[in-house]
Design a protein around this ligand. Structure first.
Ligand SMILES: C[S@@+](CC[C@H](N)C(=O)[O-])C[C@H]1O[C@@H](n2cnc3c(N)ncnc32)[C@H](O)[C@@H]1O
Length: 287
């Protein structure tokens, strides 16, 4: 887990079924994330930490506090409860194969097609603490410096304010930089700041971080050549997945590529996409 919440010892405080249902509905309404009935332990342990931080030994008291708040949108307690229920797991070059596909096939192909001074647009949706867009930016720097210099725009987005703050800072602790990041890239693109490593400005400045809730309109976006939307659809129900994919379709360029997580697919959800098989794995294109 990348959230600082998870660096604290886990504290499990029992929750009533009514409070559990209240939290499930809140999380679903705000994020589309569907917490199944077997996730009660997760709510108990994650909200247990928040309750402790708020100075109480009872999750029920925390939920009672939440219920008193009439306008929950933008309320800090509500925000932190919803954020606590997100899974922010991510790491540099996660599952490596999508990055290999970019390097071996997709970037060379798009580079050939890209007319003159046109910009290549890349969107990392639900990028958590930013390791994914930074991995793409480093890959571009390493293998396509002519493109990286000024012909690429990378947008990293997430619903979580806390994750976006971490992503924009580009700061990672030791155990995060040893997960997936080759030592050579750590030495080349990061500054040792004592307790943390900070990614250098030349990489940070290549990425614009935005708050985007995938269950709502995405806002103004350029047409994307590449969309990474990995390890987030798994948290949504079928209807939500379908409506997100329908909106993704509208921002993906006709020849663009969509990358999903290993356990995710567009098959049986959106017939407008077709899987494209590469030696290193699958991604999706519009039919
Ligand atoms: C498991 S992480 C995936 C991170 C990264 N894409 C990866 O594969 O390593 C899932 C992320 O989805 C975000 N998320 C959950 N619901 C979301 C929503 N409705 N809109 C945007 N992001 C959401 C969470 O905040 C979390 O950071």
């Amino acid at each position: 887990m990348t959230s600082s919440l998870f660096l604290l010892p886990s504290i499990t405080m029992p929750i009533t079924i009514a409070d559990f249902d209240y939290i499930r509905k809140l999380v679903y309404d705000r994020t589309g994330v569907f917490l199944s009935e077997d996730k009660m332990y997760l709510v108990e342990s994650r909200l247990g930490i928040l309750a402790k931080q708020a100075g109480t030994n009872s999750v029920s008291r925390l939920v009672a506090e939440l219920k008193k708040i009439k306008q929950q949108r933008f309320n800090p307690l509500c925000e932190s409860i919803v954020e606590a229920m997100m899974t922010n797991e991510t790491f540099f070059f996660r599952d490596i194969n999508p990055f290999e596909i970019l390097k071996i096939s997709v970037f060379p192909e798009l580079l050939k097609q890209l007319p003159g001074e046109d910009t290549l647009n890349i969107w990392c949706a639900a990028c958590s603490s930013g390791q994914e867009p930074y991995s793409i930016a480093m890959l571009l720097r390493e293998y396509f410096p002519q493109l990286a210099r000024n012909r690429v725009q990378i947008i990293g987005s997430d619903i979580s304010t806390a994750m976006l703050k971490r992503a924009s800072s580009g700061c990672y602790v030791q155990h995060e930089v040893v997960r997936g990041l080759p030592t050579a890239l750590l030495q080349k693109y990061f500054r040792d700041c004592g307790k943390e490593w900070q990614i250098k400005e030349e990489i940070r400045s290549a990425i614009e971080f935005r708050q985007i809730n995938l269950t709502e309109p995405f806002g103004s976006m350029p047409q994307m050549d590449i969309i990474f939307m990995r390890n987030v659809l798994i948290y949504f129900d079928v209807q939500t997945k379908k409506s997100i994919l329908a909106r993704v379709r509208r921002v993906l360029r006709p020849d663009g590529y969509l990358f999903l997580g290993g356990g995710e697919t567009t098959v049986n959800l959106d017939p407008a996409f077709k899987p494209v098989q590469f030696e290193k794995g699958v991604c999706y294109k519009l039919i």
